[in-house]
Design a protein around this ligand. Structure first.
Ligand code: AMP
Length: 361
């Protein structure tokens, strides 16, 4: 099939790398001429460019997206011409942190306590109802910890408001989590469901640094709880494709933080560490093919390459290490690649992961 993708970053690139062996072709819409490093066919335009979307719809059998800030109206306009998976409703539910939290709440999925913040008095009120510390986040266009401020004392309120308050915000109670987890789930056009094992994620400054999969010290109850949460979201949205939900583990329970209606950084380990990668399963789902097995193959660690590239030869010299470079220019804080280390032996995985971490500095 000819698959259209809105967005042309590394997620789109890895979708194409998984989709070509299945016989599919890809057309991307991305405003950056340097996107995709020459993979697939590229319409250089913003994802809300009407002419570009008309051209795309004429060239492909279906459309998906690899970033969630595609304007909903654009996704709906495309959906009037060719099928769009996941449906634009999934975009709508995940673009606005307030709508997203309310959506989780409506499905009985636990979240941090939250409040809509439209003005400064509302923020002061939230500091009293949520207690300190709490987090102020912009409702839209936040990613990788951007558009967020932790408010620890009354003195932090004014600087946080001055920095973020010119747009609509949400305040969230601070969750004292034991660890961060994510669940990756996939739903086919035939409504079949599959779930990857829970992943343990380590963030620094709001950016994912390391994922371990399957998450160590997992209980079947926690996995089941995550699958129940994901199933509610997938079914409520009549979702098709891969969905990621970021979770906090608090004691033995799960609290939903946010969801991404697309393949996700915390699922990159599946390329080598699962029977079928998240990228292949997304392609299978949207094209109406049977889903592939989500079973893990041994244990995996995924380390993001952020800002600069490490000594490539030294990384490749580590047994079980798999390097993925995105073809992006180095820039502070930018994800330029990742390394997955896979092993059948958790102790060997830990040793090799340490060696790679030392190379990353
Ligand atoms: P987000 O952009 O919502 O994924 O937030 C980025 C990171 O900030 C998360 O991965 C957490 O480490 C942290 N964080 C976000 N929201 C909260 C919260 N309500 N309580 C505690 N930590 C949070």
């Amino acid at each position: 099939m000819n698959i259209g993708v809105l967005g042309g970053g590394q997620l789109g690139r890895m979708l194409a790398l998984a989709g070509y062996p299945l016989g599919h072709e890809f057309v991307f819409v991305d405003a950056a001429p340097e996107a995709l490093s020459g993979l697939g066919s590229h319409i250089i335009a913003a994802p809300d460019d009407d002419a570009a979307l008309t051209e795309l719809a004429g060239r492909v059998d279906l459309v998906t997206y690899e970033f969630e800030n595609v304007p909903v109206a654009s996704a709906r306009a495309v959906a009037a011409r060719v099928p769009v998976y996941p449906s634009p409703a999934a975009l709508e539910a995940s673009q606005d942190r307030l709508a997203e939290k309310r959506f989780f709440q409506s499905l009985g999925i636990p979240t941090a306590p939250f409040a809509a913040i439209g003005d400064r008095p509302a923020l002061e009120q939230a500091s009293r109802t949520l207690g300190m510390p709490f987090i102020l986040k912009t409702r839209r266009f936040g990613y990788d910890g951007k558009g967020q401020a932790v408010i620890r004392t009354v003195g932090d309120i004014t600087p946080a408001w001055d920095r973020l308050g010119d747009v609509a915000c949400i305040a969230e109670g601070f969750v004292r989590f034991a660890r961060e987890l994510s669940v990756l789930a996939v739903r086919g056009r035939d409504r079949a469901l599959a779930f990857y094992p829970l992943v343990e994620n380590l963030h620094a400054d709001g950016v994912l640094r390391r994922s371990l999969a399957p998450a160590p010290a997992m209980s079947p109850e926690l996995q089941q709880a995550a699958e129940t949460i994901a199933t509610r979201v997938l079914e409520a949205l009549d979702y098709v494709g891969v969905l990621a939900i970021e979770l906090f583990q608090v004691d033995g329970t799960l609290v939903a933080n946010e969801m991404a209606p697309r393949v996700h950084n915390s699922g990159h380990w599946t390329i080598e560490g699962a029977e079928t990668s998240q990228f292949e399963n997304h392609v299978r789902a949207i094209t109406g093919a049977p889903l592939g097995s989500t079973a893990p193959v041994g244990v995996s660690a995924m380390l993001n390459l952020i800002g600069d590239l490490p000594d490539i030869a030294a990384v490749l010299a580590v047994k079980g290490a798999h390097l993925h470079l995105y073809g992006k220019q180095s820039r502070p804080g930018r994800k330029v690649g990742h390394v997955t280390i896979r092993s059948d032996d958790p102790a060997a995985l830990a040793r090799r992961t340490k060696r790679i971490e030392a190379l990353l500095g």
